[in-house]
Design a protein around this ligand. Structure first.
Ligand SMILES: Cc1cc2nc3c(=O)[nH]c(=O)nc-3n(C[C@H](O)[C@H](O)[C@H](O)COP(=O)(O)O)c2cc1C
Length: 260
């Protein structure tokens, strides 16, 4: 009887240890020009995660223009680039940080190709991406569509032009998500939306500057104080397109992402 009770206790302990165990993290990413790779490496360092790269059998190693042209042909034909087998045992991980550059408004084709070749059912997936102007939300939707049985969480995205801000943003993102320990200063809620004043329009114009892909004009805005300055969320004259802008002390206003 004593032996039997000990066996039950040992089984219960094993189950509870399994439930409380630290999740195993894998950072899985595609990067053509190393911007997303920088985010992947930062995540890996902060999480103590394993890392694996998605590589293409016939790599996009031409110029930016050549990549655009090849990519346009592939998108038109619906033919995804073949990716090499991933050098990681995905079954061994609980949480996959899945990273990619934004191409044509969504995940880069090699990332879509990889997503279609693996099964992340039952796993937690945290998307992350880099972009020229935006695409975080559309990319996450793409990941959800490709992996409907995964628990896809909200993700992190950064403009390639703001990569120097990434380590601090990743730190906050990981702490907010409970992936690493530490306190974060809570941001206040955005103010009510109101028509942008002349001063606010000037901040918007300075932030988007001459960025070639942004033709939008600011209409309404909400704002809030953030450490070291103000964050704005502008509505634009293009329905559904919103632009986040930060105006930090001692720095020029900059946009952080376009939401489409
Ligand atoms: C083929 C191609 C398409 C792109 N399309 C977009 C886009 O639609 N929106 C955007 O904001 N950036 C776009 N970019 C810019 C990349 O997302 C950005 O440079 C990214 O940081 C590159 O990441 P990587 O260095 O990891 O490859 C595109 C870049 C390429 C090469």
């Amino acid at each position: 009887m004593k032996k039997f009770l000990l066996m039950i206790a040992a089984t219960l302990m094993a189950v509870s240890c399994a439930q409380n165990k630290t999740p195993k993290y894998l950072v899985l990413y595609y990067s053509q020009t190393n911007t997303t790779k920088a985010v992947a490496e930062e995540l890996c360092k902060r999480l103590g995660a394993d890392i694996a790269e998605i590589t293409v059998v016939n790599p996009y190693n031409g110029t930016y223009q050549e990549t655009i042209e090849r990519c346009m042909k592939e998108r038109e034909s619906g033919e995804l680039p073949e990716v090499n087998p991933i050098k990681a045992d995905l079954d061994a991980y609980d949480v996959i940080f899945f990273g990619y550059p934004i191409w044509f408004g969504t995940c880069a084709l090699p990332a879509i190709s990889a997503l279609k070749s693996i099964d992340l059912s039952g796993k937690t997936v945290v998307p992350f991406c880099t972009f020229g102007s935006g695409g975080l939300e559309v990319g996450i939707r793409e990941v959800k569509t490709a992996q409907p049985k995964a628990n896809v969480l909200s993700g992190y995205g950064v403009r390639s032009a703001r990569l120097e801000a990434m380590p601090a943003e990743v730190d906050r993102f990981l702490k907010e998500g409970g992936f690493i320990d530490g306190e974060v200063e809570e941001y206040e809620a955005f103010s009510a939306v109101h028509p942008a004043s002349e001063a606010e329009v000037a901040i918007f114009n300075a932030a988007v500057g001459t960025y070639p892909m942004i033709q939008e004009k600011a209409t309404n805005v909400a704002s809030r104080a953030i450490p070291g300055g103000t964050e704005y969320l502008f509505d634009t004259n293009s329905p559904g397109i919103k632009i986040y802008v930060i105006d930090l002390d001692g720095k020029d206003p900059d946009f952080t992402r376009v939401v489409r």
